[in-house]
Design a protein around this ligand. Structure first.
Ligand SMILES: CC(C)(COP(=O)(O)OP(=O)(O)OC[C@H]1O[C@@H](n2cnc3c(N)ncnc32)[C@H](O)[C@@H]1OP(=O)(O)O)[C@@H](O)C(=O)NCCC(=O)NCCS
Length: 204
């Protein structure tokens, strides 16, 4: 049997994905200004980047053109539902339709929106799309072990730690591991089946 997820087909890149508190939309060229602010912030760089310094403006611009507007990744802007405010970005990269796998990335760039559930909801919406619509089999990510907020949000969405690259990052005067986490479609289906009806609709 040949396994093929719906990668590249019409449902692959939806115009929007609606959640209760966030809405994911396709990026538009004007979003580059927000990318410039987010990715030049040392606090964001500390949590998400191997290099200690933030990206330079030209690197951010290239990253935006390639990652947010390009079609190699499935990248969605995260908007606050109530206000429409653009608060972050999330993506699947390295999507492999034959093996049903992809890598997940997320940045809530607006720091006054950290820790109030938006990252968890955006991640859940992306997983619902990956498993419920595209029929992917496995979504993976990497995260630095000191990024406890991110790890917690990922765990809440069903990701489990599957490995660690030992002492692969030097930050704040010491070595830290980078964790590999993943979630499988069977686990996503189980969570949906065991969730109470109200939570099930929140799970997609
Ligand atoms: C990581 C990120 C996407 C998480 O999104 P978020 O909206 O801030 O997180 P949420 O509010 O949805 O969930 C955070 C969870 O961590 C907990 N938390 C919040 N602040 C925390 C902190 N400082 N330390 C540990 N846990 C924390 C929350 O209580 C919540 O868990 P709970 O729902 O079980 O109570 C977002 O913070 C972000 O983009 N950070 C900067 C870039 C980054 O780190 N990207 C990920 C790189 S792998």
């Amino acid at each position: 049997m040949v396994y093929r997820a719906l990668v590249g087909g019409s449902p692959w890149f939806p115009d929007s994905i609606e959640g209760d508190r966030v809405v994911l939309r396709k990026h538009v060229p004007e979003n580059v200004a927000a990318f410039q602010r987010w990715y030049s912030d040392p606090e964001v760089a500390r949590l998400a980047r191997y290099q200690d310094a933030p990206m330079r403006a030209d690197e951010i611009d290239r990253f935006f053109q390639l990652r947010a507007l390009g079609h190699e990744s499935l990248t969605m802007a995260i908007h606050e539902r109530e206000t429409g405010r653009l608060i972050g970005t999330c993506a699947f990269s390295q999507v492999d339709g034959e093996n049903g796998s992809g890598m997940f990335h997320i940045t809530i760039g607006e720091k006054d929106r950290w820790g109030i559930g938006y990252g968890t909801e955006a991640t859940q919406l992306m997983l619902d799309h990956a498993f419920g619509t595209l029929g992917l089999h496995r979504i993976a990510l990497t995260v630095f072990e000191f990024n406890e907020r991110a790890i917690r949000a990922y765990r809440n969405c069903g990701f489990v730690i599957e490995g660690r690259s030992r002492e692969s990052i030097w930050r704040d005067g010491r070595w830290w591991d980078e964790l590999g986490m993943s979630v499988l479609s069977s686990e996503w289906h189980e969570r949906r089946a065991s969730a109470p009806p109200q939570a099930r609709s929140a799970l997609g």
